[in-house]
Design a protein around this ligand. Structure first.
Ligand code: PLP
Length: 397
């Protein structure tokens, strides 16, 4: 998959296991220890002076950094092919801190209409309060995107692939438009991961992850990350120190552990999701399947060109009604029912009730969230078991 030169340089398992860990083993520990401390001590006042004068680079307080976190950040930077990376207390903390760091009152942002709904709410509820307007554009409408850019536009915020319809942005097109207007591009690459796509190599300015998902990979932590060029990341780091959304040391440790197996998990999740999507595509009880690995997906060609795998999430509309969809989900024996994705356990979600319950049915339908839509995030269970399980649950419709 992926013919372009860039798509071959995805993160490898060797990188994932060893990256950022060559600086020595503290106390001869093989694994990175958890520096469980809130604050850091100075030997004497001369040391304080050196630090204050910028002669000594060190951490003074846990809101500004932690040694375990720094290794996790360096690993993410290597995986993304970035100069620098930063970790946050959640994916939303990464998104909100980055955007607040990049925009000022009077600026304008363009955002894709199928971005993560909390990112959209942040634009509508928070940015607006500070006189920062956003224009929502349909993902894939590049003429509309260009037309939405105004004199005061500073960023374009996009996701690829998106949730739950797995739309894929053409990163080349996006970057050409942005650069011609001197606007920065932020890509939330949570669903792709650096195993499947490295947006910085396309000229994207900043990559964001909900590390809660595939990077952590075990459904046991909440964290967010940004990766990009050092000057931009350093500017956002100052905002993190003020806004305070720093990741805790234990979470950083779990993330390092999770990232070591991330490429092999991703390889398997790509393969299983493809098998599940192909199975569903031919099933008469399924009205539509959304998976960029399928030729029927409107963005398959772009995905094939810029991704090395299509990800672990498959969404589909069942050929039934709400009650039939509920019977299908309840009949599944392997996946848990829940809101997240990207971990070793498969999770099935019913977007119209689990994620979009605040919207009226007509508003949900307007953005393609039908009552019969199911989002299936595959874990690392055997693909034959998952496909057979979906097969038997379809019988319940
Ligand atoms: C694409 C995407 N971005 C960001 C987030 C937010 O991440 P978190 O839940 O870690 O704050 C999510 C969460 O589901 C997501 O799916």
């Amino acid at each position: 998959m992926g013919n372009g030169e860039r798509t071959r340089s995805v993160s490898s398992s060797t990188e994932a296991v060893h990256a950022a860990e060559s600086g020595g083993h503290w106390g001869h520990s093989l694994t990175v220890p958890i520096a469980q401390t809130s604050t850091y001590v100075f030997e004497n006042m001369a040391s304080v002076d050196n630090f204050v004068m910028g002669k000594e680079s060190r951490i003074d307080y846990g809101r500004y950094g932690n040694p375990t976190q720094h290794i996790a950040e360096a690993k993410i930077a290597e995986l993304e092919g970035a100069e620098s990376a930063l970790l946050f207390a959640s994916g939303m903390s990464a998104i909100t801190t980055a955007i607040l760091g990049m925009l000022s009152s009077g600026h304008h942002a363009v955002i894709m209409d199928d971005c993560y709904r909390k990112t959209a709410q942040f634009c509508n509820m928070v940015l607006r309060k500070f006189n920062i307007d956003t224009t929502f554009v349909h993902a894939g409408d590049y003429a509309g995107l260009e037309a939405a850019i105004e004199e005061n536009t500073r960023v374009i915020i996009a996701e690829s692939p998106t949730n739950p319809h797995l739309n894929v942005m053409d990163l080349d097109k996006l970057v050409i438009i942005a650069k011609s207007h001197r606007v920065k591009v932020i890509i939330d690459s949570t669903f792709a991961t650096p195993y499947n796509q490295r947006p910085l190599e396309f000229g994207v300015d900043l990559v964001i992850h909900s590390a809660t998902k595939y990077l952590g990979g075990h459904n046991d932590l909440i964290a967010g990350a940004i990766a990009g060029p050092t000057p931009l990341v350093a500017a956002i780091q100052d905002y993190r120190g003020i806004l305070g959304g720093v990741v805790d040391p234990h979470c950083a440790y779990l993330l390092i552990r999770g990232m070591k197996t991330f490429p092999i998990r991703m390889e398997r999740q790509n393969e299983t999701a493809m098998a599940l999507a192909s199975f569903l595509e031919g099933n008469p009880k399924v009205r539509e399947v959304y998976y960029p690995g399928l030729e029927r997906h409107p963005h398959h060609a772009v995905a094939k060109e810029q991704m090395s795998g299509y990800g672990g999430v498959v969404s589909f509309d069942l050929d039934t009604d709400l009650q039939g969809t509920i019977r299908f989900i309840d009949a599944l024996r392997i996946p848990c029912i829940g809101a997240s994705l990207g971990g070793v356990e498969s999770i099935v979600s019913h977007p119209s009730t689990i994620s979009y319950y605040e919207l009226a049915r007509e508003d949900r339908l307007a953005i393609g969230i039908a009552d019969e839509l199911v989002r299936y995030a595959v874990g690392i269970e055997d693909k034959e078991d998952l496909v057979a399980d979906v097969g038997q649950a379809l019988e319940e419709i």
